[in-house]
Design a protein around this ligand. Structure first.
Ligand SMILES: [Zn+2]
Length: 385
């Protein structure tokens, strides 16, 4: 058993042992008091035995039977259930929470908490309709309403039921709604994309206006308005939309490079294309768009000038995957002059000296400069490479 597996097994086991300890202690006190309960005692040892044999499932069954659910032990049940879910043992968490919910002795507050836990178990297990029903039930509870809304929203988002996701988010208290404006705006953009894909431009425009009225700053609206205009053959308008995207969100400029080139080509506007290609403020990060940009540049400026231009852009913007692969080809094909090579090398070394990332967690991609045995982000052991 690896260290990770041992730890993974141990946490719920420790929790369980603790709970069984509680059963034993209560039995002991009851024995000193009025009602001796031989049954609980034997159940406790049976459970402990299963636990020692690593038969956690049987131990849980025994424990659930042995331990009465009352106001004192509800918290312990909840803690153990939550622990199992976090460790990915959703079926065990579900059994504990179902057992809790079925108890008539719980207070309203305790029952709601157990229902909320169970809803999360169902969600994690992929039983979305069961989770949905429980979250809907929780909408009636003041304490859980906000969490239930977010739970339902997560489900609708996963099911791509964008309109339902919007409707449920709108049920947040008015004072909290601002927090969700960007999210709602993105759901409207998703709806607009669906409409664009089926060719319903009118509906797409409505959704985009709604997105914009939720969040004035959302970049995706201009991106999609450009797509709409492009599909309708309004190339100048499309260019206008994307230019405004580039002006307000320069970091997203690389998303529209291929679209802009296609637009200028459709318009037959060579001068505009040239001006755009040279002025591109963010190099495309995906291979296809980079190749398109580079090829168009070579076509317009010739190989030598294009390489010089790309080189100077890389100097300003830093290397991306496609740009690095382009430069590496240029080096191996001997198309990069001695001066360029020297500059490239010294820049690369300078950047490497200032590296901020030395280790990356293989579990979650968490980057760090220091080595950890335990990932502070996802909790995996020995996951840094
Ligand atoms: Zn991690």
């Amino acid at each position: 058993m690896s260290l990770f597996e041992t730890i993974n097994w141990m946490w719920p086991a420790i929790g369980l042992a603790f709970l069984l300890g509680v059963v034993a202690t209560r039995w002991f006190f009851k024995k000193l008091g009025f009602k001796p309960r031989q049954k609980v005692n034997s159940e406790y040892f049976k459970g402990l035995n299963f636990l020692l044999n690593e038969e956690t499932d049987k131990a849980i069954e025994v424990f659930i039977k042995a331990l009465e659910v009352d106001s004192e032990t509800v918290e312990l049940h909840l803690a153990l259930g939550g622990l199992f879910r976090r460790k990915g043992q959703v079926d065990r968490a579900t059994r504990i929470h179902q057992n809790l919910v079925a108890r008539p002795t719980l207070t309203d507050e305790q029952r709601m908490q157990a229902v909320y836990e169970l809803a999360q178990d169902y969600y994690k297990a992929g039983w979305l309709d069961r989770a949905e029903n429980l979250f809907k039930e929780l909408m009636g509870s003041d304490a859980y309403r906000s969490s239930a809304i977010n739970g339902l929203c997560q489900i609708y988002q996963q099911e791509k039921e964008w309109q339902q996701a919007i409707d449920v988010l709108r049920r947040h208290k008015r004072s909290e709604r601002g927090e969700y404006a960007k999210q709602i705006a993105h759901y409207y953009c998703e709806l607009a994309e669906v409409s664009i894909n089926v060719g319903d431009s009118e509906q797409a425009r409505k959704f985009l206006s709604q997105a914009r009225s939720e969040d004035q700053t959302i970049a995706r609206v201009n991106l999609l308005r450009g797509d709409l205009n492009f599909n309708e053959g309004n190339f100048s308008k499309a260019i206008h939309c994307w230019q405004s995207l580039i002006a307000n969100h320069p970091q997203l400029a690389q998303l529209v490079v291929a679209k802009m080139i296609a637009c200028y080509r459709e318009k037959g506007d060579e001068r505009g294309l040239k001006r755009y290609l040279i002025g591109v403020s963010a190099l495309p990060k995906d291979d296809a768009a980079f190749d398109l940009w580079r090829n168009s540049l070579v076509e317009l400026l010739g190989q030598e000038q294009a390489i010089a231009h790309i080189f100077s852009q890389v100097q300003q913007q830093g290397l991306s995957g496609p740009a690095a692969s382009f430069l590496s080809d240029a080096v191996s094909e001997d198309q990069l002059g001695v001066e360029f090579r020297a500059t490239l090398l010294s820049n690369l070394l300078a950047r490497a000296k200032e590296r901020k990332i030395e280790y990356t967690c293989v579990g979650c991609g968490f980057d760090t400069r220091a080595m950890y045995w335990f990932c502070p982000n996802c909790g995996e052991w020995e996951s840094f490479r």
